[in-house]
Design a protein around this ligand. Sequence first.
Ligand SMILES: Cc1cc2nc3c(=O)[nH]c(=O)nc-3n(C[C@H](O)[C@H](O)[C@H](O)COP(=O)(O)OP(=O)(O)OC[C@H]3O[C@@H](n4cnc5c(N)ncnc54)[C@H](O)[C@@H]3O)c2cc1C
Length: 332
Amino acid sequence: MRETDVKPAPPGGEEVDAEADHDVDTDGGADADTAADADGAGDADTSADADTAADAGAPKVVVVGGGVAGLTAGIFTARAGMDTVVLDHGESILRRNSHLENMPGFPAGVNSRLFLDLLAEQARRSGCLFEQGLVTNLQTLGDGAGEDTLEGVEDDESGGTGGGEETDTSGFQLRVEADEEYDLRADYVIVASWSDTDYLERIDGVGLTRRGSKTFVDVDDFGRTGCDGLYAAGRIAEKPHQTVVCAGHGAEVALTLVDDSPVPFYHDWVAPEGYFTERGHDVPPGVEEIDEEERRRRERESMEVMREAFAEPHPDQPTMHPSVVEKRRDGE
Ligand SMILES: Cc1cc2nc3c(=O)[nH]c(=O)nc-3n(C[C@H](O)[C@H](O)[C@H](O)COP(=O)(O)OP(=O)(O)OC[C@H]3O[C@@H](n4cnc5c(N)ncnc54)[C@H](O)[C@@H]3O)c2cc1C
């Protein structure tokens, strides 16, 4: 097991002086094909696509949970150039909300189902691949992995995005229950699977805290668990039960992961042409400079996407709490 002490270092990477005058625009409203390989974005649910599109050299991140925190985390790891798969089963608890009124940037609120659709579309455009399935087990590979070897499922048998022929000696293997059971391999895993922690029970170094019927994953201030390479984000990391907080935590945890990885990174920024270069700096890794024509093009595209999204009311109803559904069905 690659168990380590929880590291206290903050995300953000080594300081590059390119930011020196502090008049930075933290907007980050970039379009898809910037830092990430957006063209590699496959259709949802296709393991084969995930395999084909994988950038062989990029570290592989699997995000467990395609809700608020998981999708946001995926946006940041994918935009940093990491090969990112978002694995989801079921639906975000936010789909139970009636109208989302405290998400910054939506003065009259927003339909939470629409918000989730837009978040998923942003993750797709950022380069995330999607897989459906319930993660039922997670094991570390490498030292000591033999003790935990999964039985009955051959590595990558049903088209998972794992390495295939060669035996992996580090990272993680996730067992996924779908139409057919399969395994995925990852260099890094972000757990954002509120409220399921069952698949973490056998990982050395991962602390779980039970409070009543809920179980939370123990993390440091930046979302690291006690197991190297394994992170937790959102409500499952005991963040307040609010969309903006869980989204923000997903972003922070993803940036911590990038910072812990060998991927060169400064900030995920899109800046006007010359912002760095006309001050004699190289454009830092993760940052993009775009000219006025490209800025206008992206603005137009963003307007089009949002116009279409907001053209009609969302067709889906809020998901009712299962116990209320049952009660109503029983006519109580
Ligand atoms: C009725 C209701 C109303 C709400 N209203 C508001 C509001 O007005 N404002 C606000 O800010 N917040 C609201 N919230 C809270 C908000 O929905 C949550 O705080 C937020 O969704 C948490 O994000 P998360 O990513 O941690 O979890 P989620 O968004 O729930 O995402 C977790 C995802 O992980 C998946 N998953 C779980 N286990 C597995 C597994 N083993 N394998 C694969 N996938 C798995 C789940 O299916 C889900 O898609 C509301 C919640 C409820 C219930």
